[in-house]
Design a protein around this ligand. Structure first.
Ligand code: NAG
Ligand code: NAG
Length: 410
């Protein structure tokens, strides 16, 4: 009789054991692709975060196979974290700017009105994150800088491809600029801000509004480890940090492709550089080139990369990479010259480090004032971990505080 109970128990045990060992095997292989440099801030904590990310992506894949939800939906859910309660000292309110959803964070403290405003475009590779995921950062900036923070809930890829996200951010910004009085905001102190893909959107919106006389001029842009180009995935920082979390080199190209075409066919070609015609590559060399990266950023290792043979059919599908609204590093000097004062944060252990360094150079070469802050022990995403489930890094908070100090200095 006992046999009838035993058999299902044994089968269940085998099932659970193989499930767990499959997860462990996946974690081991993924760990093998990942490198945590010794100089990085708090490597133990970073390793823990990587394990959580790997488990998340493994579970996501399992759920997708079981047809419970797509792995992307699962990832989005996890990355949003839990929504924090209202911070003391900040009033939070959902709103719409034109047709775009937004969330406003108003400091309660009786500061002199009108106050500055920060329009914040969240990061997440154009495919993840949300108003919820960036709540803590928004609350912190509002409270510490005494500004109205406006977080913009733009549409995500791959469901909504380029230029959806850019257009939403632009539309929201324009709508806001037309109604400053309603928000009690100082028209001379409106700032755009974004991290990662959000930094890309902030840079693109700044460029579009530069020199427009029909809107109040932006006072500043804050770009936190922004992604600003998709021409060259072999710049020194991409080589040095190819396997450093939280953004692998391949993942950077993956996100750019999701944004531009809604899928990741051509990933290999884009990584190798066969997606850009030689004449265009030559044309943009003055702006996107390892030659413009200071030598001290090459000492950790850099091998000049010869792009593989050009593939016209790939270029045909990704040629919008040459639009500055997608790759702000490619804007003409006449636009760059009119950009507002800028704050750029870069991290040493980040594939996007050189995007930030190249943009800094372009701004400075064109007479735009730049406040640059480089986190020597920082990695991509470090600022976003601020107060996230106890996973903060002091270095990330320092970066955030520098951005706040910049806002207060305006
Ligand atoms: C925003 O988009 C909506 C719908 O496309 C449009 O009607 C509106 O004029 C836009 N607002 C601004 C400020 O561009
Ligand atoms: C990927 O997207 C491009 C452009 O949207 C499309 O032409 C191509 O067929 C898609 N490829 C796959 C495998 O879905």
């Amino acid at each position: 009789m006992a046999f009838f109970y035993l058999l299902p128990m044994i089968l269940l045990a085998i099932f659970v054991a193989s499930f767990i060992s499959a997860i462990i095997r996946t974690i081991q292989t993924e760990y093998a692709n990942c490198s945590i440099p010794p100089g990085v801030s708090n490597p133990g904590k970073l390793r823990l975060i990587v394990a959580v990310l790997i488990v998340t992506s493994t579970l996501g894949r399992i759920f997708e196979k079981m047809e419970l939800c797509s792995s992307l939906a699962f990832k989005r859910r996890v990355f949003s974290g839990w929504r924090p309660g209202p911070a003391r000292g900040v009033r939070r309110e959902d709103a719409r700017l034109g047709r775009v959803p937004a969330r406003l964070y108003r400091p309660r403290a009786a500061v002199r009105a009108p106050r500055p405003a920060v329009l914040l475009f969240h990061g997440g590779g154009w495919i993840c994150c949300s108003l919820d995921s960036h709540e803590r950062i928004c609350q912190y900036i509002a409270k510490e800088s005494g500004s109205l923070v406006v977080s913009v809930g733009y549409r995500l890829a791959p469901e909504h491809k380029y230029p959806a996200a850019y257009e939403d951010c632009l539309n929201a910004t324009q709508h806001f600029l037309q109604h400053l009085e309603h928000y009690g905001v100082d028209p001379a102190r409106v700032i755009v801000c974004g991290d990662s893909a959000g930094g890309n959107l902030a840079a693109a919106v700044s460029q579009t509004l530069a020199g427009r006389s029909d809107f109040p001029k932006l006072r500043a842009q804050i770009l936190i480890y922004p992604g600003l180009q998709a021409l060259d995935f072999n710049l020194p920082s991409y080589q040095q940090n190819r396997g450093v979390p939280l953004l692998f080199r391949e993942r950077a190209a993956f996100c750019a492709l999701q944004y531009i075409q809604g899928n990741t066919s051509n990933l290999e070609e884009v990584l190798e550089g066969s997606h850009i015609p030689p004449d265009l590559r030559l044309k943009y060399r003055k702006w996107v080139s390892p030659d413009n990266i200071p030598e001290k950023f090459k000492v950790r290792g850099y091998k000049p990369h010869k792009p593989c043979e050009f593939k016209p059919e790939v270029y045909e599908t990704v040629k919008r990479f040459c639009e500055p609204n997608l790759c702000p590093l490619l804007a003409e000097d006449t636009i760059i010259q009119q950009l507002p004062e800028s704050f750029i944060l870069t991290c040493e252990y980040d594939v996007l480090r050189d995007d930030g360094l190249l943009y800094k150079k372009r701004l400075e070469d064109n007479g735009v004032r730049v406040t640059w802050y480089h986190l020597e022990d920082g990695f991509h995403g470090i600022v976003n971990l601020f107060e996230y489930c106890g996973l903060s890094f002091p270095s990330g908070k320092r970066g955030l505080d520098k951005a706040v100090a910049f806002i207060k200095s305006l």
